[in-house]
Design a protein around this ligand. Structure first.
Ligand code: NAD
Length: 464
């Protein structure tokens, strides 16, 4: 596997200022596969300076040329898709087929969409006697998590580049290798020096230095609500823009008229994908009392198919494994009924957790309220649609969700009642152009498509 003992700053790989390193561990077997530099505040400062110096040139680059660079970047991602998938499998633990389809596939689609949007977006509009210019926000500080490590990088870097912004990226410490690979792709795509910069390092050190740096105009963060709250507070104090993509506890609402077997099967697959480490996962399944027992049985059977080490990978690290097993123990202690899985580790080696399904979960239980970030599904029972809406909306989160019904209009009518940023109707497909982001404490702002591009723009009105 390729790795750099350096940071990608101002168009070249340069040694870090400090001497610290971070070990990258394969969570499937606990082996150290690489080390990367632990960046310091000085490295962040060098990267921000490079990004500031590159800003006027990139902001003035015609959108068609930015589009061409993004198309070249997409081509690089396509050419290196197998390497990307193998890297994500090694540092995150996802099964290789999933890494190819999703961890390599989604960033290609998103990068391609911004190559197109950069060339077609209306960066200028007329409103009465005004011409409104949509100008880049400036230098972006991007802080990303490990769960979809390249997707979350591209979902920030591609729209920022399309908008004419320059960027400093601080990727998650668990998954820095795919970020290094991405920096090689940026370089090979001919994106000018300083436009994109990579600083690997620890969250409270390099991440915090980036969030606090006064040379940053917009901080875009994806990760936990706890860190998001801190970053939001820092940005508020400095009066700078902030975008936050945080956690979720999404509801999969199965209305009585739905195809139950399909709704449960797709629902379980949605939770188990990526070992449950998906912020938009439908971790609460809501079923009408009359069909509850049948749904629980179907869910338990579906979960049993996810054999650890075969169909489902490990969690990202031992800390997450312990955290998720703790939540399973808490569910048992609070009186939920375990119908699949459990807290014991399924394999002796690796950070695996048993695919777990809880029945008889009530809305106030911890496992129905908090984001677990593991392969754990809670099945809840509702009496009628009002009850279902109340339960679905009864957490601090509002990122995603699903509604199933025999009739699409019935599902849409219910979806309108949900306080959440995305709802999949009867198993609707992921759309890389649709805005993605949260209501309530799931975040601030939207990613993807033209709504995601608008986050990186600010307006200037000229009156005539
Ligand atoms: P985290 O929020 O700590 O890490 C996300 C990113 O923020 C990483 O790059 C990290 O280095 C950085 N960071 C950490 N502390 C920082 C600070 N003080 N200042 C600036 N940057 C900082 O997430 P985690 O600890 O890796 O995961 C913990 C939990 O967060 C998970 O169990 C899950 O519930 C949630 N999570 C959610 C998402 C999501 O996509 N919504 C992604 C990852 C984790």
């Amino acid at each position: 596997m390729k790795q750099h003992d350096a940071m990608y700053i101002d168009g070249s790989w340069r040694p870090a200022e400090g001497g610290g390193t971070i070990e990258v561990v394969n969570p499937a077997d606990g082996q150290v596969i690489a080390t990367v530099p632990a960046g310091s505040a000085a490295d962040v400062d060098a990267a921000v300076r490079a990004a500031r110096a590159a800003l006027p040139g990139w902001a003035a680059t015609p959108p068609q040329e930015r589009a061409a660079r993004l198309a070249a970047l997409r081509d690089q991602l396509v050419a290196r898709a197998d390497e990307i998938a193998a890297t994500v499998t090694a540092e995150l633990g996802a099964p290789l087929a999933f890494s190819k389809a999703v961890h390599a596939g989604a960033p290609i689609a998103v990068c391609g969409s911004y190559a197109e949007l950069a060339g077609t977006y209306a960066f200028e509009e007329k409103i009465g006697n005004s011409t409104v210019l949509h100008e880049p926000v400036g230098v972006v500080g991007a802080i990303t998590p490990w769960n979809y490590p390249l997707h979350q990088v591209v979902a920030k870097v591609a729209p920022a580049l399309a908008a004419g912004c320059t960027i400093v990226l601080k990727p998650a410490e668990d998954t820095p290798l795919v970020a290094q690979l991405f920096a090689e792709c940026v370089d090979a795509a001919g994106i000018p020096a300083g436009v994109f910069n990579l600083v690997t390092g620890l969250g409270p050190v390099a991440g915090q230095a980036l969030a606090e740096h006064d040379g940053i105009d917009l901080v875009s963060f994806t990760g936990s609500t706890a860190v998001g709250r801190k970053i939001g507070a820092l940005a508020g104090a400095a009066v700078k823009r902030v975008a936050l993509e945080l956690g979720g506890k999404s509801a999969n609402v199965i209305l009585p008229s739905a195809d139950l077997a399909k709704a449960v099967g797709v629902g379980v697959a949605n939770v188990m994908a990526n070992s449950g480490q998906t912020c938009s996962a439908w971790t609460r399944m809501l079923v009408h009392r009359d069909r509850y027992d049948e749904a629980v049985e179907l869910a338990a059977a579906a979960a049993a198919e996810y054999v650890p080490g075969e169909k489902i990978g490990p969690l990202v690290n031992a800390g997450q494994q312990a955290r998720v097993r703790g939540y399973i123990e808490r569910g048992v202690a609070e009186g939920a009924r375990l119908v699949a899985g459990g807290p014991e580790a399924p394999l002796e080696v690796g950070c695996y957790v048993r695919p777990t399904v809880f029945a008889d979960v009530t809305p106030e239980m911890t496992i129905a309220q908090e984001e677990i970030f593991g392969p754990v599904l809670s099945v809840l029972c509702y009496e009628d649609e009002d009850d279902a809406a109340r339960i679905a909306n009864g957490t601090v989160y509002g990122l995603a969700g699903a509604v199933w019904a025999g009739d699409e209009a019935e599902a849409v009518a219910f979806a309108r009642r949900l306080e959440t940023g995305q709802v999949d109707i009867n198993g609707g497909r992921f759309n890389p152009l649709a805005p993605f982001g949260g209501y309530k404490q799931s975040g601030v702002g939207r990613e993807l498509g033209r709504h995601g591009l608008a986050e990186y723009l600010q307006t200037k009105s000229l009156q005539f």
